[in-house]
Design a binder for this molecule. Structure first.
Ligand code: LLP
Length: 419
């Protein structure tokens, strides 16, 4: 359920007609619904209600906008961060440092120091050398880094290859058969408080079975680690729940997910941690765009919109489907290709799709754009950086300005030896 619905013949975000935002802010623009974000944050939490005090860390890479993070902080979520920049955002949004988890294969020593200075809650270590560096950095600062070891369980998440993270050939985590020996070595280091394990096998998962397979393997590993004398108190089960992109598509619900986890982990005796990303903001955001013109073509006409692959990269990167809907549908349908103005064939949102009939000047939205949308935008082709708006009932606010090409140009300089 989201709050981007047709009322009086046009699509509203909650109680704000999208035509109003288009007039006042212009397009393209991302629009988020506060009520939808809050609802999804609560539905996810409720799904885990059978668990004892789970730790929820929003994977802020999915949508790091400060206003979105503020909502998540108010909902009691901490953050899963993957860079020093994300860490500063989580803190700026008021998330308590102890609720921040630092993931990622490439943490630099400076980023480790930054996390330790802020006393963040946990580092998820992705390799033995990283663990050794973290221990020595923490020891030098007179601290103990609380950490888990991320395990690569070699499970096929059955998702797009570019967002699968738990196969042996992926760069993430340590191989599960090597984990006990690595755990022994890292746990013995000064500066290291290795208290558990972490796993995240991929994103936009359409089935629970791969997760369940991975978690079963983690359960066996926990028993083995305990058998080796380690004290395991925290297990981070990552994120990954997929979301529907089309009406009627079935995805596992947070309730199904929570039930499966309660069943698999019932004897673990640990604090479970979660890093949900997409499932909360994806359907709480749309990308509003205007049709520039309809270009006739041999097979289907190209609907050229003012949003492009630099604003919403997912179709060009992962062949992702984003539903396209006219803001003021006239009841007719047309077969069309939808493309942006960027000079690449890959700047195509859809080929041969039946869509609402639109013509030059009409407004439309791409749905399911609240996760991995604005955050992956660029200024390719010297286009502006896309702005973001948050709607709350009948009011809205710009929560990220459009950054104009002139601002970006102003950050560049020609060395005098080129004059
Ligand atoms: N935890 C870790 C360690 C992750 O790497 C990720 C996502 C998450 C949690 C959150 O996963 P989620 O619940 O959102 O599936 N740009 C891609 C998605 C990349 C996901 C990367 N890692 C896309 O647009 O589909």
């Amino acid at each position: 359920m989201d709050h981007f619905q047709l009322k009086n013949g046009e699509i509203y975000a909650e109680d704000v007609p999208l035509t109003r935002i288009a007039q006042e802010v212009a397009s393209p623009v991302y629009i988020y619904s506060r009520a939808t974000l809050e609802r999804h944050a609560r539905v996810f939490r409720d799904g885990l209600s059978k668990l004892d005090n789970p730790h929820l860390a929003f994977a802020i890479k999915a949508n790091p906008n400060l206003a979105v993070l503020k909502i998540m902080a108010n909902e009691g979520y901490g953050a899963d961060v993957v860079s020093g920049g994300e860490m500063e955002r989580a803190l700026a949004a008021g998330m308590p440092p102890e609720d921040i988890i630092f993931s990622g294969v490439g943490k630099t020593q400076e980023e480790m120091r930054q996390g330790l200075r802020h006393n963040i809650g946990q580092f998820n270590i992705e390799s033995e050398p990283e663990g050794e560096e973290l221990a020595s950095v923490a020891h030098a600062m007179g601290q103990q880094a609380s950490a888990t070891l991320r395990i690569n369980p070699d499970v096929d998440a059955q998702t797009h290859a570019k967002i699968s993270t738990g196969k042996a050939e992926n760069k993430f985590g340590v191989a599960i058969d090597e984990a006990p020996a690595i755990f022994d070595r890292l746990a013995s280091l000064d500066g290291m408080n290795l208290r558990g394990v972490a796993v995240h096998i991929g994103s936009q998962l359409g089935k629970l079975e791969p997760l369940e397979t991975a978690f079963e393997k983690i359960g066996a590993l926990i028993a083995q680690l305990r058998g080796n004398g380690h004290i395991i108190t925290h297990v981070d089960l990552g994120g990954g729940l997929g979301v529907p992109h089309k009406e009627g598509e079935a995805y596992p619900s947070p309730m199904d997910y929570g039930d499966m986890i309660a069943r698999v982990t019932k004897d673990w005796g640990v604090r479970l941690m979660f890093e949900p990303g997409r499932v909360i903001p994806a359907n709480a955001g749309v990308l509003l765009t205007r049709v520039i013109r309809v270009k006739p073509a041999k097979i289907n006409p190209f609907v050229i919109v003012d949003a492009a692959m630099n604003d919403l990269a997912r179709p060009s990167l992962y062949d992702a489907f984003h539903d396209f809907a006219a803001v003021r549908p006239n009841g007719h349908k047309m077969m069309a290709n939808i493309a942006g103005p960027v000079c690449e064939t890959g700047d195509t949102f859809a080929m041969g799709r039946e869509i609402d009939t639109v013509e030059a000047g009409d407004l439309a939205i791409f749905r399911t754009a609240g996760a991995y949308g604005a955050t992956m935008a660029s200024t390719y082709n010297s286009r502006p950086l896309v702005p973001e708006v948050m709607v709350d009932g009948d009011k809205y606010a710009i929560v990220a300005n459009r950054i104009e090409p002139e601002t970006i140009l102003a950050a560049e300089q020609v060395p005098d030896w080129l004059d």
